[in-house]
Design a protein around this ligand. Sequence first.
Ligand code: FAD
Length: 422
Amino acid sequence: MSSVLIVGCGVFGLSTALELSRNGYKVTAIDRYPVPSPWSAACDYNKIIRTEYNEICYTKMSVEALEMWRNDPLYKDVYNECGRVLITPPSAAKRNEFELQSIECLKSIGQGQKIELFKGSKVLGEKFKELEFNSIEDDILIKFNPEGGLGHAANSLKAVFNECLTNGVNFRFGSSGSAVEIKVIDGVEYVITEDGSKYTADKIIISSGASTGKLLDLKTQQSATGLFVSHIRLTQDEFERYKDMPIVFDSVRGYFFPPDPETNIIKIALPGSGASNLKDGVSLPRYKLQNPADTMPKDCVKTVKTLLSKYVPDLAYHKLFNHKACWVADTADSHFIIDKVPYYSKVYVASGDSGHGFKLLPNIGKYIRQRLEETLSSELSTYWRWRDDAKAFDASECDWRVVTENLDFSQIDWLVDENPKL
Ligand SMILES: Cc1cc2nc3c(=O)[nH]c(=O)nc-3n(C[C@H](O)[C@H](O)[C@H](O)COP(=O)(O)OP(=O)(O)OC[C@H]3O[C@@H](n4cnc5c(N)ncnc54)[C@H](O)[C@@H]3O)c2cc1C
């Protein structure tokens, strides 16, 4: 039986652990924290499950994942097909093009038949009673896709983790799961953890998300970006009113989700490019757990209030709390990096999520297994290849995220979170 060691139990790591354990591999998976790790970009209330991509390979992959979110019993309690309303002003030209191409991609494979296009605040309010007081400009084309919705993010990770346990995956967390380096001893590659443990296997996968660059020299291939989120907590009456709303995604002002049924909390994601944390030209994460004062820039309060006022003005009075940066691994072209590391004999990388990997929790592991077994399609092998000469990530060149400014953590005037737990 072939053995695999996985370093990092976020979306890519857990999906791979499950896939490999179902296919006869002996799997050991380690992480700094138990699942869901607070360092994981997916340690969160919810994430969008969408199928709109302007590249057909991701369209197909996300359609495949959506079917699994809908039909695999593993995900039945963690998926909500609430749909998504998408609002992008004509001024965001690249983003608009991305959205129209994405619809074409879906249609080209016989999908996306239920997408509706319409204009005007009145129509929006009529379609969704929760948005009846919106004040969206009348010239903006609104897109609604009822197919797709949200994954209860942290709970999804837990569901996959439990299934991995059932399938015999061996997990290690804490100091014996926290990788500090990859070392070659007597010609054998080992992952060394904080407590000095040494792990090896026939194949080793580094899937530590935005922190992957701490273990592997990725050069210019990947850059950690902190994307900011904040929260409000609804009263029970408000929860009842908003619980069946769609995700509201305004490409310029930010987006928010229906309230979480366990906590009545609405997660609000700030728009734009987030922020880097550059040191010696490389951006690596600075996690809130270790730096509690890293909340969000002060001016984000105004941005969030403007967003809420535009769509759900009756909720804009709420106090914001638990603001944080959530770290993704950006690449210049938003393609993942799933390949063998050329300067090792059995170490692979599965990272470069570029902020769109969560939806693929049900199936990204299949493609990572195909890469290990050298059966991955040539198209995906090319997109996801190791590239020593990769262009460095530049947020302003990203066509699907609307960028307002390029911030770095060193420049941020942090908001003081008076009541992080509210
Ligand atoms: C604000 C925000 C919104 C997002 N929205 C969406 C969305 O709507 N839809 C979508 O599809 N995607 C979304 N994403 C992206 C998605 O969350 C990521 O693509 C996905 O989590 C990446 O998975 P990963 O396994 O590469 O990394 P992660 O999920 O971040 O996991 C990395 C793991 O590695 C572990 N680790 C790190 N360093 C070490 C170490 N040294 N030793 C051991 N373990 C280590 C961490 O503890 C963590 O568990 C969003 C991300 C953010 C931040």
